[in-house]
Design a protein around this ligand. Structure first.
Ligand code: DAH
Length: 359
């Protein structure tokens, strides 16, 4: 048995001495691999008497577990040290002043959000913001998503590792999948009447021509005692005509479904695709632009507002999507590639104001 103790001591010392993952792997192979020392001892068990075999077998299994645990601990330490070293090495001082020859431009996303804010501000909306790291309650439960709703599943929601002090489904942390979460914060914190728009980053595990894992949305919420679907339509038609700068822009509302609104609708704007070129305005075709509806009474209740006294409407749209339509940008992924040639082409000079609503 003392042989085993000595072997353990020897192997643990080599584990501790391994200074990188590759040498740690060598130590593992030399102890636990096919031709390793511990494996070698295991192979001699057959020659022992039944009692000795039982005792030795147990001791060797224990040794194997102990060494495996030592290696795992050491590997975790080496990995985090390697990461820290890399982070140090790749550190960039973002406070350094820019090179004098470089002229900055305003990113089309910032520009588009700015244009939207100005239009909604004229209608009396103020801007609200909320956290990008959320919990399941604000992202789903409060917004009337049933517990088994597919949108909660891992494939499009980024969940964070469980925090030890947070227990239960509703406390599960995630990156918000929509800006509707901020509706909940606003209603919990403010008394009606409420009239806010909420621009911000959102996150879903998706990547192709029209999806990136991080994208932007702008959300609207209006709560008072008498707001109805007519107000919702008027507000959004006015917004789209101003935003796309087309006075007679055709619009239509189609019935839809969102857990947090009842009734729910999607709004389309008119366009033409003649000759392969997309033109916003009167034409034969329609483009879906946003989701909207009357706030579901359950949502009001979940946020501490009496649905017998108050009602209201909400809407949400993708900022990249409307920016692509307005400025003719074909691929959503290019927004976040930081290609200076792209930024120079699609970005805006600080004094440029492409929307009359801004001047
Ligand atoms: N949160 C929805 C989404 O991400 C968009 C949305 C639809 C927001 C309808 C709303 C709404 O406020 O009423 O797809």
């Amino acid at each position: 048995m003392s042989n085993i103790d000595a072997l353990k001591k020897e192997i643990v010392e080599t584990v501790q001495a391994a200074n990188d993952i590759a040498s740690l792997e060598e130590v593992r192979v030399s102890a636990l691999g096919k031709k390793g020392k511990v494996t070698g001892l295991m192979q001699t068990l057959g020659q022992l008497s039944p009692e000795q075999r039982k005792e030795m077998g147990q001791a060797l299994n224990r040794l194997k577990d102990e060494i495996t645990a030592e290696i795992e601990t050491r590997a975790a330490l080496l990995k985090s040290a390697a990461l820290n070293e890399r982070l140090q090495k790749e550190k960039v001082d973002i406070t350094l002043s820019p090179r004098p020859q470089g002229k900055g431009t305003i990113h089309p996303i910032s520009q588009t959000i700015e244009e939207m804010i100005v239009i909604f501000a004229e209608m009396g909306f103020s801007v609200a913001e909320g956290p990008e790291i959320e919990d399941d309650f604000h992202n789903f439960t409060a917004l009337n998503f049933p517990p088994e709703h597919p949108a909660r599943q891992m494939h499009d929601t980024f969940y964070l590792p469980d925090a030890p002090d947070k227990k239960g489904l509703e406390a599960r942390r995630l990156l918000r999948t929509h800006t509707s979460t901020v509706q909940v914060h606003v209603m919990q914190e403010q008394k009606p009447p409420i009239r806010v728009i909420i621009p911000g980053r959102t996150f879903r595990s998706d990547y192709d021509m029209t999806h990136t894992p991080m994208f932007h949305q702008i959300e609207g919420l209006l709560i008072d005692k008498s707001a109805h679907m007519g107000h919702l339509k008027g507000c959004l038609i006015e917004f789209c005509r101003k935003f796309f700068e087309v006075d007679d822009l055709p619009t239509r509302f189609r019935p839809s479904f969102f857990p947090f609104t009842e009734p729910s609708a999607e709004m389309d704007i008119g366009c033409s695709r003649e000759g392969g070129e997309l033109k916003i305005g009167a034409g034969k075709d329609w483009l879906e632009i946003l989701g909207c509806g009357m706030v579901h009474p359950n949502v009001l209740k979940n946020c501490g507002i009496d649905p017998n006294e108050y009602q209201g409407f909400a809407f949400g749209m993708g900022v990249e999507r409307v920016a692509m339509l307005k400025y003719g940008i074909p691929d959503l992924r290019t927004f976040f590639e930081s290609d200076l040639r792209w930024l120079k082409h699609y970005g805006f000079g600080p004094l440029e104001q492409p929307n009359p609503a801004l001047s």
